[in-house]
Design a protein around this ligand. Structure first.
Ligand SMILES: [Zn+2]
Length: 470
């Protein structure tokens, strides 16, 4: 009898294990579900609208309201189970990673293959409601805030924005048991004090200043513990959690307070994934695994300690490129500093991207991690110079022999006729005609190129935060 019990217990464990690892089979098949019409982060409302409008049964698609500028915000429902799950993405218009993953999930549910038992289980046990792209006006301009200039995640109490009212109404009508609050965070966060980016960060938000843990919040913690376990197979050491200080105006905190077990997912940075297509896949896998864990009540067995063992987010921990121990000159003397550069992009009319970079900090940056490091001992760093001749336009800049200009210490060129394409040139900083050479500087806040010389010879240049070897 005892022997039999042990045996069946072992079998049960094995089965649980097999179920829990379905994400690996899902990962292998991911390309089948990936929505092919979205390939970068800056897609707009019309793309999402087109995709959700063509969803057929078993999906139910209805406009749940409209944004300030009149763009429809859709509620997409699937399943008829007793457990209600609400997922909303892109409350901040420039945080689109999870929206891409939701589009992939829609394709998953429309497919029919070896995962049919999983689909049947999810639709039988759960009622899943999606609100993809809650802030379409912000998405149109690729900005955080809505057209009112309000951060929707600080409007949960006052509810002035139609988008915020809509989210609360859908949650209340559904009486959601579970909520997934889907965001993007800075790519400069680390997962604990070590050199791993915080690629995904979680939070089970607090519902009061005392940060108490009731059953609602406790089971969000249990589920996050499982989700972290899944992610460790793909991005070991790159998962973090947020500090749980109560924010009385935020949705996650209030939705927890209203009785929904809420999971905040923040997509951060990952080396070699600037358009976050890998992180999109991770969102898909981890959200699918969470739905399965809810449907199978797997989270009930999980230990909250697994949540508490996730390292905290370390903000402002990373640079894009750090020039370590280079020498810079002031008043005729040379000093050893680290130079930390961060790239940035400006979106023009929600469309074209102007890329640039700036010195985020300089001095002793030994406590900073970096996506890329240059070990610069014995190198002298000087500001890149502006090419003396003013070029007529961007097309003429592209035709220049950049390499020979770099060798002469030039990293910037002026154009008589400025256009949007100027910001897209990578190999040179393109400047307006009135820019002065003497204003090129290596100092915090400045975006000048950097020339790296050894023994008087130019060996590298840095332009827009990218290092070029000569
Ligand atoms: Zn956000």
């Amino acid at each position: 009898m005892r022997h039999f019990f042990l045996l069946s217990f072992a079998l049960l464990l094995n089965m649980c294990d097999a179920d829990a690892q379905f994400d690996q089979a899902l990962a292998k098949n991911y390309e089948l579900y990936k929505e092919p019409s979205i390939t970068h982060r800056r897609f707009k409302h019309e793309v999402v609208e087109g995709l959700v409008k063509r969803l057929a049964t078993p999906f139910k698609v209805e406009p749940a309201g409209a944004s300030i500028e009149g763009r429809n915000i859709y509620k997409v429902s699937i399943g008829s189970g007793p457990v209600k799950v609400l997922l909303w993405s892109q409350m901040h218009g420039d945080e689109s990673t999870a929206t891409m993953a939701l589009m992939d999930m829609f394709r998953f549910f429309q497919a029919s293959d070896q995962f049919d038992p999983l689909r049947r289980q999810l639709l039988r046990e759960l009622t899943i409601v999606f609100i993809p792209m809650l802030n379409p006006d912000g998405a149109e301009r690729f900005t955080r805030r809505n057209a009112l200039g309000v951060d929707l995640n600080r409007d949960a109490l006052r509810l002035q924005s139609p988008e915020a009212q809509l989210l609360k109404r859908v949650r209340d009508e559904l009486k959601a048991d579970w909520g997934f609050n889907l965001h993007d965070q800075s790519r400069y966060y680390a997962a604990g004090m070590q050199s791993n980016t915080a690629t995904i960060s979680f939070l089970a938000p607090a519902y009061n200043y005392e940060k108490e843990v009731n059953k609602i919040r406790g089971r969000a913690m249990q589920l996050i513990g499982l989700m972290n376990g899944t992610l460790q197979n793909y991005i070991p050491g790159k998962v973090a959690r947020y500090n749980d200080d109560f924010e009385p105006r935020a949705f996650g905190d209030n939705i927890t307070k209203w009785g929904t077990s809420t999971i905040l997912i923040e997509s951060g940075g990952l080396v070699d994934d600037p358009e976050k297509q890998e992180i999109r896949k991770l969102n898909f896998l981890v959200i699918m695994s969470a739905l399965e864990a809810i449907a199978a009540h797997r989270y009930e067995m999980a230990d909250r300690a697994a949540y508490e063992a996730i390292p905290f987010n370390e903000s402002n921990a990373f640079m894009d490129l750090t020039l370590r121990e280079v020498e810079i000159e002031r008043n005729g003397k040379w000093y050893t500093v680290d130079i930390g550069l961060r790239r940035d992009e400006t979106i023009v009319d929600g469309e074209s991207v102007m890329s640039g970079a700036y010195v985020a900090d300089q001095g002793d940056l030994s406590t900073y991690f970096s996506y890329e490091n240059f070990s610069g001992r014995d190198y002298q760093a000087t500001p890149g110079r502006i090419y003396p001749k003013v070029m007529p336009n961007t097309a003429a800049v592209r035709k220049l022999d950049h390499r020979s200009l770099w060798l002469q210490g030039y990293t910037a060129v002026r154009v008589a006729q400025w256009d949007d394409a100027a910001g897209q040139v990578q190999e040179m900083d393109v400047l307006p005609p009135n820019e002065k050479d003497k204003e090129q500087m290596i100092a915090p806040g400045y975006g000048s190129g950097v020339v790296l010389k050894k023994g008087g010879k130019v060996e590298y240049v840095v332009i827009k935060g990218r290092l070029y070897e000569l």
